[in-house]
Design a protein around this ligand. Structure first.
Ligand code: BEZ
Length: 204
């Protein structure tokens, strides 16, 4: 074993990004998966490798633990020579796509916490709609302007987007993100067939 340990959760879309990259770069057998139970309500977290108690976190035998998902994926891509972060100028689009996908996920996870964790009487509808508004505007831009990039070589931005769209299906199916966005929906239908996506379908 390489001494690499990935603190994980089967439901986390940020962990999924890392696991998809591990499979795509042929490193899945080199990293031990360590399941963790983490919620934003924990007062005394059992998991301490990341002081922020956030997943994913990658422990290494020979250096400090790495987080967040974007740091870990850059490290693992570099380790494998995977090329999933291409050279400039394509790099700038790759990073922007990854940031867009991660930003959608930030909002989608906040919505999940608002509905699954907050007592019903305290739920804030306006907050939910404001978060969905960010996601919906990002989806519109991805559908209308990113088709040519998405048709190009596989990169980490595309993996992040696939994981973000998968999370919308997992936690927010009633929002029907595909409606009116057929280009993006078609891209995702093909992307979701990848072995790396099939092996990491979220659970929990
Ligand atoms: C979820 O259950 O939706 C979730 C789990 C971990 C991180 C983010 C979301």
């Amino acid at each position: 074993m390489s001494g690499l340990r990935l603190h994980s959760s089967d439901a986390s879309p940020f962990v999924r990004k890392v696991r998809v990259l591990l499979i795509e770069t042929g490193q899945a057998d080199e990293v031990e998966i360590v399941p963790e139970q983490v919620t934003p309500l924990d007062l005394e977290p059992g998991f301490t490798a990341n002081p922020l108690t956030r997943l994913p976190c990658l422990e290494r035998g020979d250096g400090p633990a790495l987080y967040d998902s974007r740091v870990i994926t850059r490290f693992l891509d570099d380790r494998a020579g995977g090329g999933f972060y291409p050279d400039p100028p394509r790099l700038w689009e790759c990073l922007t796509l990854e940031a867009t996908a991660d930003g959608m996920l930030d909002s989608a996870v906040l919505m999940r916490y608002e509905t699954a964790m907050r007592p019903e009487a305290l739920r804030f509808e306006r907050f939910l709609e404001a978060q969905w508004g960010k996601i919906a505007r990002a989806l519109d831009v991805l559908d209308s302007r990113w088709g040519a990039y998405l048709a190009g070589p596989l990169c980490m931005g595309q993996i992040a987007l696939g994981c973000a769209l998968g999370y919308l299906d997992f936690r927010h199916p009633g929002r029907e993100w595909r409606t009116g966005r057929t280009g993006l929906a078609d891209w995702y239908a093909r992307f979701a067939e990848r072995e790396s996506m099939q092996q990491t379908v979220p659970r929990g």
